[in-house]
Design a protein around this ligand. Structure first.
Ligand code: SF4
Ligand code: SF4
Ligand code: SF4
Length: 235
């Protein structure tokens, strides 16, 4: 059985608090796997920086029946990951358990993988000149020095509504696979052909998404995700 480690995110209970994004930045900023996650002008007028997990917000329906849908997005650890095959140095690779990583010592910051990723999951660290992305917190999940209950991604542990779950989506008997089956969860934008491993659980009510409520790094990506969320809630 092929292992497919990944995340399951419940769009019904995610409240868009960004705790997952902040916990990810905090943990991985000190990680030996990815190195620091640089901030640019943190106290300036337009602070920005490297993030592995970004939460997008979509306004659904019309007032007074409107509803906000929050969609956290990080690397989907795709089965057919073009970000790996385009890498000219072999820095991008996929482990046997399905996790896609970037070897910081081999990366030359050419950006090819970033252009190949349709989910906006890779971010170039301008300070180190290398590409960075969600590691699925390999330095937590593989860390035998941590108690078993803490061998979970930082984002999963931080989520106050338990909207995030981690496990083996290649094992039909795993708790995450059972959850996906029970709630009819599915991957984001499967028509792109990357076979994303991460799964989203649809909201229980069915609002119609009219427009993106906040700006995203790429308007095209934002529109695509809005379309995907629409399909999700119309099922
Ligand atoms: S989401 Fe992007 S970075 Fe992650 S495996 Fe898929 S193509 Fe690669
Ligand atoms: S699994 Fe780890 S690296 Fe990936 S988004 Fe969550 S906290 Fe960040
Ligand atoms: S921490 Fe949980 S509730 Fe908050 S944005 Fe992330 S997934 Fe949603």
């Amino acid at each position: 059985m092929t292992k497919k480690l990944g995340l399951v995110i419940d769009l019904d209970t995610c409240v868009g608090c960004h705790a997952c994004a902040v916990a990810c930045k905090e943990w991985n900023g000190g990680s030996f796997v990815s190195g620091p996650l640089t901030d640019y002008e943190p106290y300036g007028k337009e602070p920005s920086g490297v993030w592995f997990n970004r939460v997008r917000h979509y306004e659904a329906g019309e007032y007074p029946q409107s509803k906000t849908l929050n969609v956290p997005m990080s690397c989907m650890h795709c089965e057919d990951a073009d970000c790996v095959t385009v890498c000219p140095t072999g820095a991008s690779y996929k482990r046997e358990d399905g996790i896609v990583l970037v070897d910081q010592d081999k990366c030359m910051g050419c950006n090819l993988c970033s252009w190949a990723c349709p989910y906006g999951a890779r971010e170039l660290d301008e300070s180190s000149g290398t590409m960075k992305k969600c590691t699925l917190c390999v330095d937590r999940i593989d860390n035998e020095l941590l108690p078993p209950e803490d061998r979970q991604p930082a984002c999963v542990l931080a989520c106050p509504t338990h909207a995030r779950h981690f496990g083996d989506l290649g094992d039909p008997e795993s708790s995450v696979s059972k959850l996906v089956t029970e709630r009819e969860g599915f991957g984001m934008l499967p028509e792109l052909g990357y076979k994303p491993v991460n799964r989203y659980l649809p909201p229980r009510s069915a609002p119609q998404v009219l427009q993106a409520a906040s700006s995203a790094p790429s308007p095209t990506l934002s529109e695509r995700v809005a379309g995907w969320v629409n399909k999700l809630v119309e099922r």
